[in-house]
Ligand binder design. Structure first.
Ligand SMILES: Cc1cc2nc3c(=O)[nH]c(=O)nc-3n(C[C@H](O)[C@H](O)[C@H](O)COP(=O)(O)OP(=O)(O)OC[C@H]3O[C@@H](n4cnc5c(N)ncnc54)[C@H](O)[C@@H]3O)c2cc1C
Ligand code: SF4
Length: 663
């Protein structure tokens, strides 16, 4: 390696990654007066409106509207894409895409390496975990217990919900309202703080959500857990009574107004002002737009009504501007090089900067991060630079954090770095309702059936949640484009007949997503191999992945639940799992197709024991006193809630710990 050039400035904290984890950390640390540098591998600053417009144009032009289709996939900074996922055959790894897949099942998720990270194309579902999820080993003999509890995270959940801007009502989100049959009913006590309120009101449920609710609320679904005891059936054990519940979402709705004028809200032990919805970053035209329900959340919200991490980063930058403003400064609009240099002493985001090695001193403390600074997006030429700080944070996502840490020879006390990679295996069921249900209206999903997220059955099969899709058979069958194609090519329909049939079918399309819990497994892992590097010479993630019988049993249960729901509602089933599908697997003689949910969890889990975990409960690494690894990679188990809210809560906790360490 050439000798790197040292950066001129030394910061208090150097953070790798400008996603939600890096955004929250920088905003919190700047608020505490710390000086922060972010190294971001991605090429663009999407918070410049022209760049975001470019993403939109790319989205409109793309044939396949997959999560990464609007964003640049450059040789300098490649991202995995679901279009590269294929079955892994034999012993040779599949290295067609960015990932090198060792199988036996392909890891089917992607993420985005660009300024703002993967929240640019997330859905925004922001559910909290359940108290039982933090101790599945004790309660169900599965997975492992966290070193922290739900109660420990409670104030940070509130802060995270106010950072993201979650739209929901507390009364809809209690375990009881969610229809969850808690195996331990006392878990419901204190799930929300007494006077807590979400920052914005709930996004209204879609017409199809109400169709489901009317038809299935209260329906008992057999768990298949103790079929011999059918006469003494017990709720939560032999059957689960389901209900449809509104989903908390990171997208703008109507902000909550305090009961009394000038009054605020209690959030994480602090009094805060009413929430101000934030709109498109870098644009004066789209400030605080409310969700318009156009259903393009994945891959891109045209008006940024949906949260993305660029909003948190913009707040951090605004904070740095305020903190560095002198009374003599004329106004906020001073964009002179001198003023920018002043702000950047406090907070700087270096894009086109790929962290390549974390350097250690003789005491095992981090002494610098070497990065590859490339001048032109897409041209794999770079100069090596070194960033220095007092404290360092890897916030590049579960897979990239581990790849970088492995490449740097970090965290060797345990064997756990890179291991225990988890996701929520995602399976779909789809059918045609008897009546129009208004498919393709509203955000991707506004409600779910959460009733299977806990229950005594978890000692034998994985818990899961059912996501009620608002966009017909989009992910399942490529609708509505595939409908047009099939009706024209297959049924030879044109003109009024084609329109009539399309109108009839498409608005009846029903899709349910089953997101299944996956437990940690040391053989599901990310490794590196010098045989597999990208155009910049960076290690590509080499992934071994499988889905255990425990999760497969949950998938089978989820499928059976969907079929029972279809039967109850008279929905004609069109679900079709094909052995040639990339994520096809079998359980108990039946076949299912699973996809990735994009929920990358594990690989540097927290724990008290340095032999069995990589990071401490506050995400500081066991081995390197001034290095933190923050992100979903620190979660010991994946539970059933989409993971970002929990990770964001943990990031708030980590920011406090980092600030204490710097004191
Ligand atoms: C299609 C899809 C839908 C999703 N929907 C939901 C949802 O509804 N709810 C939910 O909870 N979660 C959802 N997720 C997951 C969610 O997007 C992620 O959990 C979250 O974005 C992770 O945030 P992060 O900051 O840890 O990482 P990221 O958002 O991935 O950001 C990491 C950043 O670090 C940068 N980086 C990485 N390595 C380096 C390096 N070596 N040097 C410099 N920079 C680097 C990357 O370029 C990137 O910008 C979804 C994911 C996908 C793919
Ligand atoms: S439904 Fe449309 S406006 Fe609402 S968050 Fe999704 S993309 Fe944005």
């Amino acid at each position: 390696m050439n000798v790197p050039l040292d950066d001129e400035e030394t910061y208090d904290v150097v953070i790798v990654g400008a996603g939600i984890a890096g955004g929250i950390l920088s905003k919190q640390l700047l608020a505490k007066g710390r000086r922060v540098l972010i190294l971001e591998a991605g090429a663009d600053h999407g918070d410049d409106w022209q760049t975001y417009r470019g993403y939109l144009d790319q989205f409109y032009l793309s044939l396949a509207k997959v999560p990464n289709s609007p964003y640049p996939n450059l040789p300098t900074v490649p991202s995995p894409t679901v279009l590269d996922i294929s079955s892994v055959h034999g012993t040779a790894p599949d290295s067609n895409g960015y990932f090198v897949q060792r199988g036996p099942i392909p890891f089917g998720s992607d993420y985005l390496r660009a300024y703002g990270g993967t929240t640019l194309h997330w859905l925004g579902t922001s559910l909290r975990m359940l108290p039982a999820d933090f101790e599945t080993a004790t309660r169900y003999g599965q997975g492992l217990d966290w070193p922290i509890t739900y109660k420990d995270l409670l104030p940070y959940y509130e802060k995270a919900e106010w950072e993201i801007g979650v739209s929901a009502e507390v009364e809809d989100q209690t375990p009881e309202a969610l229809g969850i049959h808690l195996a331990r009913p006392s878990d419901a006590h204190g799930y929300f703080s007494e006077d807590y309120k979400f920052p914005m009101h709930a996004i209204p449920c879609s017409y199809s959500d109400t169709y489901f609710a009317k038809g299935v609320d209260g329906t008992p679904i057999a768990t298949g857990y103790r079929p011999d005891f059918a006469d003494e059936a017990e709720p939560g054990l032999d059957f689960v009574k389901i209900r449809v519940a509104s989903t908390p979402q990171g997208r703008n709705s109507v902000p909550r107004v305090p009961v009394q004028e000038d009054d605020g809200f209690n959030v994480g032990g602090e009094r805060v002002e009413p929430f101000q919805p934030r709109g498109a970053t870098g644009s004066f035209a789209f400030k605080g737009q409310r969700c318009e329900g156009n259903s393009a959340c994945i891959p891109i919200c045209p008006i940024q009504a949906k949260y993305n991490a660029m909003k948190t980063l913009a707040d951090a930058r605004a904070l740095a501007e305020t903190k560095t403003r002198k009374p003599t400064d004329s106004d906020d609009t001073d964009k002179s090089p001198a003023r920018i240099a002043e702000i950047e002493k406090s907070f700087k985001i270096r894009t086109q900067a790929i962290a390549t090695r974390v350097e250690l001193d003789v005491n095992g403390r981090v002494s610098g991060i070497v990065y590859k600074s490339y001048l032109f997006p897409g041209v794999p030429q770079y100069e090596l630079r070194r960033a220095r700080g007092k404290t360092y944070v890897l916030a590049g996502g579960a897979i990239e954090n581990s790849t970088l840490a492995l490449a740097s020879g970090l965290c060797r006390s345990s064997q756990e770095l890179g291991r225990n990679l988890m996701d929520h295996p995602y399976m779909m069921a789809w059918g045609l309702a008897r009546e129009p249900i208004g498919a393709f209206r509203g955000p991707g999903s506004t409600a779910g059936i959460e009733s299977f997220r806990d229950g005594a059955f978890r000692d034998q099969k994985a818990a899961f949640r059912l996501e009620l899709g608002n966009s017909g058979w989009d992910f399942a069958a490529g609708a509505p484009y595939s409908d047009v194609k099939n009706l024209v090519e297959g049924d030879n329909l044109f003109g009024p007949e084609l329109r009539k049939k399309l109108y009839h079918d498409v608005q009846r399309q029903v899709r349910i997503g089953v997101l299944v819990e996956q437990m940690p497994d040391a053989s599901n892992k990310v490794t590196i191999d010098p045989a597999y590097v990208d155009a910049m010479g960076e290690f590509r993630p080499v992934i071994s992945y499988d889905i255990s019988d425990y999760s497969r049993a949950g998938l089978a249960f989820g499928h059976s639940a969907c079929m029972q729901i279809f039967q109850r509602l008279g929905i004609k089933n069109f679900t079709n799992y094909n052995p040639s599908d990339n994520g096809y697997l079998t359980y108990d003689g039946s076949g299912y197709t699973v996809y990735g949910a994009g929920h990358l969890v594990g690989t540097h889990r927290i724990g008290n024991n340095p032999k069995t975990s990589v990071t401490r409960p506050d995400m500081r690494t066991h081995d390197h006193d001034n290095l933190w690894m923050v992100g979903c990679g620190s979660m010991p188990t994946a539970a059933t809630s989409n993971p970002t809210l929990t990770m964001a809560a943990m990031a708030f906790q980590a920011a406090e710990a980092i600030d204490r360490a710097l004191a």
